[in-house]
Design a protein around this ligand. Structure first.
Ligand code: COA
Length: 144
């Protein structure tokens, strides 16, 4: 499996991969094109043969970054792909003098929540009804 930064030619494949995971952010092709055009954005993807099987998208400014979108194809979950992508994203951010990373995750999204916990993210506070009535978000953070 190859881990590499995504580029503008990957927007279609990233959107296809994102569609396999309804709990991803739902950017679609245009959303990925917009992100890939940003200087302060970084998308790292995992490629198996010709297929993209995972990605992590982050934005950064000054000394802070936010993880905005993460997905691993359902056939490839629990193989350590998200962990590897997030760890390598953290390395990239560190090299760019980023000190703090934050993210939002639905409180009931156990796979994602546990994945972030396993990487040392701590819950900071709760955003009530962030994803709709009764659907709270946990804001999590980590110092690099
Ligand atoms: C969340 C997601 C990205 C995890 O990807 P993954 O590649 O399966 O994660 P990893 O295999 O790297 O797992 C890392 C750790 O996360 C935790 N984890 C992952 N899936 C889990 C699950 N189903 N239940 C409990 N813990 C889980 C475990 O601690 C795991 O470490 P372990 O396998 O050594 O126990 C994937 O499930 C996904 O795409 N979900 C839908 C999209 C989504 O929710 N995005 C995040 C929105 S904030």
């Amino acid at each position: 499996m190859k881990i590499r930064p995504a580029n503008s030619a990957d927007a279609v494949l990233l959107a296809e991969l994102e569609r396999t995971q309804p709990r991803a952010a739902g950017w679609g092709k245009q959303g990925f094109e917009g992100e890939l055009a940003q200087k302060c954005a970084y998308i790292l993807c995992a490629q198996e043969a010709e297929k993209l099987v995972g990605f992590v998208a982050a934005r950064f400014a000054a000394d802070m970054a936010e993880i905005l979108n993460v997905a691993v194809h359902p056939k490839y979950v629990r193989c350590g792909i998200a962990k590897r992508l997030l760890q390598e994203t953290e390395q990239y951010l560190k090299q760019h003098k980023i000190q703090t990373v934050t993210l939002e995750v639905a409180q009931d999204n156990t796979p994602a929540y546990q994945c972030y916990i396993s990487l040392g993210f701590k819950p900071l506070h709760t955003r009530k009804d962030f994803y709709g009535p009764g659907k709270d978000a946990a804001v999590m953070g980590k110092n690099l």
